[in-house]
Design a protein around this ligand. Sequence first.
Ligand code: FMN
Length: 321
Amino acid sequence: MKDNFWHNLERPILALAPMAGFSDSPFRIITSEYGADVVYSEMASVTSIFYHQNEPEHRTFDILKSDPAQKGYYVAQLFGSEPEHFAVAVRLVEKIIKPDGIDINFGCPVGKVIKQGAGADLMKDLPRAREVIKAVLESTSLPVSIKIRAAAGPVNALDFLKNIADLPVSAVMIHGRTLAQGFVGEINCELIREARQCFSGVILANGGINNLEQAREILVKSGADGLGLARGVLGRPWLFQEIKDGRELELSKKEIAAIAVRHAQLEEKLKGAGAIVELRKHLCWYAQGIPGASHLRGQLVKVKRVQEIEDIFASWVEEKI
Ligand SMILES: Cc1cc2nc3c(=O)[nH]c(=O)nc-3n(C[C@H](O)[C@H](O)[C@H](O)COP(=O)(O)O)c2cc1C
């Protein structure tokens, strides 16, 4: 077993939570520069890896590739429902991607994931979930973490953690909303606090952390070792630094523009010019709640090249609003 980084991190641990379509290599670089201690990949399918195991250039591996510029510890997140697929995928991911840790998704509510008995559907199936975790633990020397919800159907986070209490899982990120809640509503901090009684590893609270005040409140109420930040850092990666430093930052238009442009440059460098279209959704998050936001977004949803993004932000910085 390699050194387990989860045990060596200062509290509170700040993590970029996994987000399909968002927590890609460029955004992981940017958030790690703002202080994310741990950055999770977008979820990748173990079944896809299983069926393309002799194709290291397959796009499922692309999702997981990381760049040396990324600071912080890198956790590759996998989803699926077959223990055998997990076993094969984890060995390959460890060899080809070389992450610092492996995470298993037990929280995804998306139809195509649920239909294959994966994500939050797997959280409901305690015996199979345990088999999956065992298969992963037996197939890797890396620390293994899991991401679960407050509840999925009749199974709550405490039932889930009791079912695997004897297994050496290093960390759990608990999205404090139930599957029925989806992505809206209060997070259950009391339940996260109770998880401490049935889980000896690192506990990260997740859900609804959009500013410094919410971060403080959730840390205190949940008693967690750290936080997983998701939508709260889209277009605001500096929230990591605000939490680290314990004070809010007032970024100028010029500073916000510089971050967005750098994000675009990284996107082109690491994923090719074609990826700029994918980046539009990120760019729109930067243009959220700032002066002239809707005009700016109207332009950003059409961009195809980095130069256009630079020009749009340059004239926004010049505007007297
Ligand atoms: C666009 C999007 C993609 C997501 N993709 C994943 C994923 O790949 N794996 C995962 O475990 N959770 C995923 N999530 C869930 C987030 O990690 C997080 O649990 C959820 O958004 C709640 O946190 P928030 O309220 O701070 O956004 C995703 C969420 C969003 C909004």
